[in-house]
Design a protein around this ligand. Structure first.
Ligand SMILES: Nc1ncnc2c1ncn2[C@@H]1O[C@H](COP(=O)(O)OP(=O)(O)OP(=O)(O)O)[C@@H](O)[C@H]1O
Length: 241
């Protein structure tokens, strides 16, 4: 479960990148965080994961405050950032072992998890190669595997589908569904509205730091008295010029 209360952040002190944001994402839910470029999605995600400190507001992950109980709170989630270009000099397997060390995953368990995820993502052969030799999609997959190596109850994914081929994207979506069916939480940002429409239990649309809508897709259609696709409603809501 993720709880965000009155979350506010500005970079320059003038315009608010995130403005008094309130959201609760309960267990068992795939939650899509949608918004145009510069809406405030990554800023929100950086605050949830403890990378950025909010100017105001509170963040709890499974009841643990990200600022005052940060170590315990950080063990509760796995995070996939918006760019997978990290740890390029490590081999895939070295990166996964590093992440498993960080999260104290015992040897036999890590091996089992690495083998399973590598098989699902068709990464087994690539694990012995350096990450800098990987394609964008392969880098994305190794970062996802590293983020999930400790089987965190809460997944926080910033644009996770970017660069993934259709099969890998399908696998990740299946993994997200399995995770929430087991009563856990998935929070992800995306520009891919078709994906959001297909797999999210609820979505929030953010623009200029403020939530414009939060709810189920059916509720959105009722709210806007529209039978249009999510794409059409999204474009109308976020049109600014
Ligand atoms: N490091 C920074 N310094 C100053 N301003 C920033 C910084 N990072 C983001 N911003 C500003 O904060 C606002 C929100 O940006 P943010 O990256 O959170 O948006 P986003 O919804 O993730 O966008 P995108 O979909 O393009 O990734 C934008 O106006 C952006 O220019």
């Amino acid at each position: 479960m993720i709880e965000l209360q009155n979350l506010t952040k500005s970079y320059s002190g003038v315009e608010k990148a995130v403005d008094t944001l309130n959201l609760t994402i309960p267990d068992g839910e795939i939650f899509g965080f949608l918004g145009p470029n510069g809406a405030g999605k990554t800023t929100t995600i950086k605050m949830i994961t403890g990378i950025l400190k909010p100017d105001e507001g509170n963040i709890k992950i499974n009841g643990l405050d990200i600022l005052s109980e940060s170590l315990r709170a950080k063990k509760e989630f796995g995070f996939v950032p918006d760019s997978p270009n990290m740890f390029l000099r490590l081999k895939g397997i070295e990166y996964l072992n590093f992440m498993a060390d960080v999260y104290d995953v015992p040897g036999d368990l890590r091996l089992e998890r690495i083998n399973l995820m590598a098989k699902r993502f068709e990464m087994t052969k690539a694990l012995g190669d350096k990450i800098q030799s990987y394609s964008h999609g392969m880098r994305q997959k190794i970062i996802v595997m590293g983020a999930l190596i400790h089987e965190p109850p809460v997944w926080i994914l910033d644009e996770p589908m970017t660069g993934l081929d259709p099969r890998s994207s399908f696998v990740l979506k299946e993994m997200m569904k399995e995770h929430t069916q087991a009563g856990k939480t998935v929070f992800f940002s995306t520009h891919v509205l078709d994906v959001a429409e297909k797999i999210c239990d609820r979505v929030a649309i953010i623009n200029k730091g403020k939530i414009l809508f939060c709810g189920k897709l059916d509720e959105m259609k009722d709210h806007f008295k529209s039978n249009e696709s999510l794409e059409k409603i999204f474009l109308e809501m976020t049109q600014s010029e």
